[in-house]
Write a protein that binds this ligand. Structure first.
Ligand SMILES: [Zn+2]
Length: 203
């Protein structure tokens, strides 16, 4: 929905209205909670999603994140019936950006997870879903969207690093998968090696 509450008072963080990124299309998810007191939001977690898997362009992901997915519409959806999940952001194949949860709040995207010895990544991370499928490539427009969004996040939060869901829940999650080009993103962002997951060797 359009943001009708913008004021000139927060001109210092012009792209932001609280934890909402103004350039994104806003669709409020009920699936969120407060972050623990004193949390330092310093990690961006990248995911991939498409519903049903491999089909792009529909509204099913937005429906899932707002608990309005019609589970009768496709056999796969029975597997995710009743799932209450969300991410802060969703980047479509076209680069179109959606936001479901304020970045000041805790979205439900990571599940059981750990990053550099800290558990429960949802507490301290920003979750970004890329429309896609594990193992498939992503679109230039999606990297461009990330190249704009990640620096905007880093200006508002003390972001230290990016990781994939596969890196914070190894063995359990595989997204965004080997089709995601971390080197491309690093080149676009100009962030140091320490801000990225270690490069995997040959499988
Ligand atoms: Zn994921």
């Amino acid at each position: 929905m359009p943001d009708s509450t913008r004021t000139s008072a927060d001109g210092d963080c012009a792209p932001w209205a609280g934890g909402w990124y103004r350039p994104a299309r806003r669709l409020d998810s009920p699936n969120f909670g407060s972050r623990p007191d004193g949390t330092t939001i310093d990690l961006i977690v990248l995911h991939s999603i498409s519903l049903p898997p491999g089909r792009y362009g529909g509204g099913e992901v937005q429906a899932l994140f707002t608990n309005r997915l019609d589970v009768s519409a496709h056999p796969y959806f029975e597997q995710i019936r009743g799932l209450q999940v969300s991410a802060h952001f969703y980047v479509r194949r076209t680069g179109e950006l959606w936001q479901f949860v304020s970045c000041d709040d805790r979205a439900w995207h990571a599940g059981a997870s750990s990053w550099r010895g800290r558990a429960n990544c949802n507490d301290y991370s920003i979750g970004i879903e890329l429309e896609g499928l594990e193992g498939e490539r992503f679109e230039a427009e999606q990297y461009e969207a990330l190249a704009t969004l990640c620096p905007a996040l880093a200006r508002r939060y003390p972001i230290e690093a990016l990781a994939g869901h596969e890196h914070i829940a190894p063995g359990r999650k595989l997204d965004p998968g080997p089709g995601f080009d971390w080197a491309h993103l690093q080149l676009a962002l100009g962030w140091p090696d320490a801000a990225f997951p270690p490069r995997a060797g040959p499988a």
